[in-house]
Design a protein. Structure first.
Length: 155
């Protein structure tokens, strides 16, 4: 992976949120350990434009304490709040429209992730059918209501 990291690139590190009804992971959270390794490699390769995003889709936002628990104290202090945040599926200014599905459904994902040169997704598989490539499409997606449709939604 180090060869994918080059100075001047935009790197986004995305990680699962805490939506599963499971006990909190003991410290250190494995996601934080992986994130620290990616950050160390990025620093060695001169990558400076780095953001961390919790892929919470339409789940509730993670609290600062939950974010800190996942990424660890050192990463939290270095990145929060400007470069460590929750994805917001309803913030259309921070979404990118990628196109339409065969069923004419809009495909929108997090703008930062879409515009990154490299996206690293840190996932913890705890249950069947969790994780994998679909995590980006689900965790960083929009609410399915485009900005033009938002005013037309029924109450």
């Amino acid at each position: 992976m180090p060869e994918l990291l080059v100075p001047g690139m935009r790197l986004s590190i995305v990680f699962d949120d805490v939506s599963l009804p499971l006990p909190s992971m003991c410290r250190p959270d494995v996601r934080g350990r992986v994130i620290e390794q990616v950050l160390e490699l990025a620093a060695q390769r001169g990558v400076e434009d780095i953001e961390l995003i919790a892929a919470n889709a339409l789940h509730r936002r993670m609290t600062p304490a939950e974010l800190k628990h996942v990424v660890g104290e050192r990463v939290f202090r270095a990145f929060f709040p400007d470069r460590l945040r929750n994805h917001d599926a309803e913030d259309h200014d921070n979404l990118t429209h990628l196109g339409l599905t065969g069923a004419e459904e809009d495909v929108e994902i997090n703008r930062r992730a879409a515009e990154s040169d490299l996206l690293v997704y840190v996932n913890v598989n705890l249950i069947a059918l969790n994780g994998g490539p679909k995590s980006v499409a689900v965790g960083l997606a929009s609410n399915g209501v485009g900005p033009a449709d938002a005013g037309a939604a029924s109450p």
